[in-house]
Design a protein around this ligand. Structure first.
Ligand code: BGC
Length: 261
């Protein structure tokens, strides 16, 4: 636990399931006040909020579309109305659509890029404007992926969006470092979350994914949430502009693991 997080106020987008829900719970354990955003899964968001409260934090759930300015404003306003301030903004909401690139529809491309990249921009912009106006040394955490680095055939929109999140993170980290605002990303690998539920239900696909992880297992949402807590806390006070890979070594070129090449 990081005692400096006690009482801090956070917005988490996409907090109703998977990694976002685990971050909400972890922030509850840190005794934080959390605005749990969701798009369609109000039940999941409610569960996340209950976990925050059960662990000693405070929580409120808000439906909002992170791909709109109004949605992000609503999240900020909810934090201010309920908890009086904003300290940490986690741009976690995301999605992926698989299709061969020559068949990927413009509609599908736009959907993924709008949520996974434009949503991160809008969330960061909203938080930055507040932090600047309040002269606050705020903290932004963007959920990227190992696929900000590893090309991912048939997931062009997702990989392109995450590659964009990497440079967006680095750019705004540099732009606002002088204000004491820190901006970092997390790059999860293969994690046991709903985004992967269908794939991991298939034993062959599950085994195939595990074989691409040097640590030989799928990660847990809690292991990603631990990284978010560290980046949110003052324990990482000299860290900005990084992507913290939490991937069991997936980004280490595992095909070379037995000395091939
Ligand atoms: C994706 C998962 C995938 C993992 C490793 C993540 O960013 O969301 O679906 O299993 O990368 O490829």
């Amino acid at each position: 636990m990081y005692t400096d997080l006690n009482g801090k106020v956070a917005v988490i987008t996409g907090g109703s399931k998977g990694i976002g829900k685990a971050i909400a719970k972890r922030f509850g354990q840190e005794k934080m006040a959390v605005v749990v955003n969701y798009n369609s899964d109000s039940k999941g968001a409610q569960e996340a909020a209950e976990q925050v409260i059960a662990n000693g934090g405070q929580a409120v759930t808000v439906q909002a579309d992170v791909a709109t300015e109004a949605g992000n404003q609503l999240l900020l306003q909810t934090a201010l109305d309920h908890f009086g301030t904003l300290d940490i903004w986690v741009n976690n909401a995301g999605m992926e659509i698989q299709a061969p690139t020559h068949e990927l529809t413009l509609e599908a491309w736009n959907k993924v890029v709008t949520i996974d990249q434009t949503g991160v921009f809008l969330g960061a912009k909203t938080a930055l404007a507040y932090f600047k106006a309040q002269h606050k040394k705020g903290n932004i955490i963007n959920m990227s992926s190992v696929h900000e680095q590893i090309p991912w055939p048939t997931f062009a929109s997702y990989a392109a969006a995450k590659g964009g999140v990497k440079l967006l993170t680095q750019t705004i980290a540099m732009e606002y470092a002088k204000d004491g605002i820190r901006v970092n990303a997390i790059g999860p690998g293969a994690i046991n979350t709903p985004i992967n539920a269908e794939k991991f239900a298939d034993q062959a696909q599950y085994d195939q994914t595990v074989s691409m992880v040097p640590m030989n297992r799928i990660g847990t949402p809690e292991e990603v949430a631990a990284g978010a807590a560290w980046l949110a806390s003052e324990e990482s006070s000299y860290v900005t502009g990084i992507t913290l890979f939490i991937d069991g070594g997936m980004t280490l070129y595992p095909a070379f693991k037995d000395g091939q090449g």
